[in-house]
Design a protein around this ligand. Sequence first.
Ligand SMILES: *Cc1c(COP(=O)(O)O)cnc(C)c1O
Length: 384
Amino acid sequence: MPVSKAWQERLANAREQRIREQRWRCRLVNTRRWLDFAGNDYLGLAHDPRVQAAQAEGARRFGAGAGASHLVSGHLDIHDALEDALARWTGRERALLFSTGYMANLGVLQALADSHTAIFQDRLNHASLLDGATLSGARSRRFHHRDSSDLERLLSRSTATHNLVVSDGVFSMDGDVADITALGQLSQQYNAWLMIDDAHGLGVLGNNGSGCVEGFNSDTVPILVGTLGKALGTSGAFVAGDAALIEHITQFARSYVYTTAQPPSIAASTLAALTIVQHEPEHRLRLQQHINYFRQQAEALGLPLGNSHTPIQPLLLGNELRTMTWATRLTELGIQVGAIRPPTVPKGAARLRITLSARHTPSDIDRLLEGLESCLREDVVCPA
Ligand SMILES: *Cc1c(COP(=O)(O)O)cnc(C)c1O
C-alpha cells in the first residue's frame, strides 16, 4: 500500500528541518584529526590505558555480552561488585545498574510515579527526565530554572497524594549547579521526594568526586541518579538510595526488567575507572585548573561566557546563524565544539557548548582560545 500523502508531507518536512544538521554531522565524521571540546569525557578516562585494559580483560573473563536481563541470568558478580562500589562511593545503602542514563530516568520515574503523583521539574532538566515523567502518567509541572520560590509556589498548591521534585545536578547545556540545600529544604517542608540526576557532576565535583550531592545523605536526596558515560568514561547508569527504594525499582522499573544487562566488560572497566576517580584526585585538579585558565582568558577576550564553574562552558551567542558560523569556523581550524540550538535550548539562547577535559593540555586550550579570538574578529552579529 502506498504511503499516504499526509505521511509523505510529514517525512519531507522532517527531512528539510534536519538537512542542515545532517550535513554538519557528515562533515564532522569525514574530518580526520579533531581537538575535541564537545565530549563529556571530563577526566579522560575513556582513553586511560588501565580502563581500556580492564574492558578487554573483562570481555575475556566474563564474555562480550551479559546474555540476558539482570533478573534472569545476566546479572554477574562483576555487576554486583560495581553496584556495591557505587553505593559506597555515593554514601547510599544500595545502587542499581541501568544500561543508559536515559533508561534509568525513564525507569525510576515510571516505577515511582503514577497518576496520583505530581512531579516538579526544573525547566532545564534533561530530556530523559521530561520523557520519564510523561511515561509515568503523573501530573507534571516545571519551575523556573533554579528558582526555589517558583518551586515553593507550585508545591504549596499541590493536591496530589505524592509529590516528587526532580532536578539535574549540573545542567547539561549551562554548566551551572542545582541548589541542593534549597531543594532539600523545600522537599522536606512539603513532604516531597527529591530526585537528583547528577550525570555531569559525578567524578568532577566534590572533594571525593562524588558529585554535587557530596555531603548530602539520603534523608536529603533519597533518589540519586548517576551516569557512567561521562566522567567515568564508559557507558551505563545507576540509581542509588535506601535498600527499600532500590528493591522497589528493581521490581517495577520496566527499562530495568525488560532489557539485556550491561555487558560485564563495561562493568569491569567502570570499576577500574571508579578506582581511579577515588584514588587519583590529580585528574580532577588538572581539570579545575583548565576551567580557571579558560575562563580567565575568555573573559579577557570579551567572550560571552556563562555563569559556570564546571567543565561545561557555554558561550552564549544567542542567534542560531551566528552560532553555526562560529562553529563552522572552529571546524575549519580542526576544533570541535557543540553548536546547540533550539529546541535543545530555548529560542534566542543558541550557544557554543564547550567542554573541558583533564585530557586537554594547556596548549590545546590556547588553540581553542586562538580559534575563538578569530571568530570574534570576523564576527557578524546577524539579525535574529
Ligand atoms: C547524558 C545525560 C543523561 C543520559 O545518559 P546516557 O547514559 O547518555 O543515556 C541523563 N541525564 C542527564 C542530566 C544527562 O546529561
